[in-house]
Write a protein that binds this ligand. Sequence first.
Ligand SMILES: Nc1ncnc2c1ncn2[C@@H]1O[C@H](COP(=O)(O)OP(=O)(O)OP(=O)(O)O)[C@@H](O)[C@H]1O
Length: 342
Amino acid sequence: MGFFDFMTEDIAIDLGTANTLIIHDGKVIVDAPSIVARDRTTGKIIATGRAASLMQGKTHENIKTIRPLKDGVIADFEASEQMIKEFIKNIPSIKKRFFTPSLRMVICIPSGITEVEKRAVIDSAEHMNAKEIYLIHEPMAASIGIGIDIMQPKGNMIIDIGGGTTEIAVIALGGIVCDKSVKVAGDVFTSDIAYYMRTQHNLYVGERTAEKIKIQVGAATEDLETPPEDMLVQGRDLLSGKPKQIQISFREISKALDKSILRIEDAVMETLSKTPPELAADIYNTGIYLAGGGSMLRGLDKRLSRKTDLPVYVAEDPLRAVVRGTGIALKDLEKYKNVLMK
Ligand SMILES: Nc1ncnc2c1ncn2[C@@H]1O[C@H](COP(=O)(O)OP(=O)(O)OP(=O)(O)O)[C@@H](O)[C@H]1O
């Protein structure tokens, strides 16, 4: 270890539309919603992460909650920088320092990101005192995080369903052979549910309630082996204006999500049809891996398996697969130099 290593901290970041995760010293030390709450009059950030998420939909006119990322990329630079700075500042070993350490960072980015969006990520990292910055594509990070040996001359298909994007990629020999990124993922599922409640039940529900419905009774198919119990949902009646409660079943939610899931199925089929035959043969044998929070939707694996006639496996702890892979790449920069971008 050189002298200057004392002044550098290594950090792996999965900067996601829904959640930001940070690995430092091999451990996940930040796992928080990507949200900030700002005081409109002073412009100051008053809360980030979980604390800001609790304020969502419940603010008054002086407080605004912002989700700085949209569709997997930074939409509000200032808010995203402030949010990450806040997360990093609170890392215990950084907090106790007298000075801001320089950072060596591996940050994962969606595979469909533009050069301008990529530049924005690098600029933000530089503003945070990052001296060495590496970028890694999300599906690549997810594959490493799942434990796939990406360097092998063997094809693997990975589908990362996050909050803003679904990234589908075929990986072999440490590279992405073919991929597709669609802006249909967890956030769209949530708004599909809110729309369904408004149009089918005249019930106006906020984003947090719609997300709760998705997690509690969300389903990609009506054909579930262990269906969840019905859920009581409260919101505002659009006709009378009064608070109202209704009972919702997973069957209704699977109808509400059907169109969006069809779009994901189409994207998967399109990627499979572009896959070179030798790699298609590998995927036939190994199946498809799912990662990201959206992959936890009940029955989604079953539905994709039925569509593709392939076995589909959901990663262990799918919400953390991407950051795990980013952390592994950070630990062995030499081994992964060909998959990291500077
Ligand atoms: N049990 C669950 N069932 C369905 N969806 C879930 C579940 N748990 C979390 N989610 C959804 O997963 C999404 C977040 O996943 P993840 O953290 O992987 O996304 P992200 O990395 O922030 O997004 P992106 O990669 O698009 O930038 C949210 O939309 C959340 O509602």
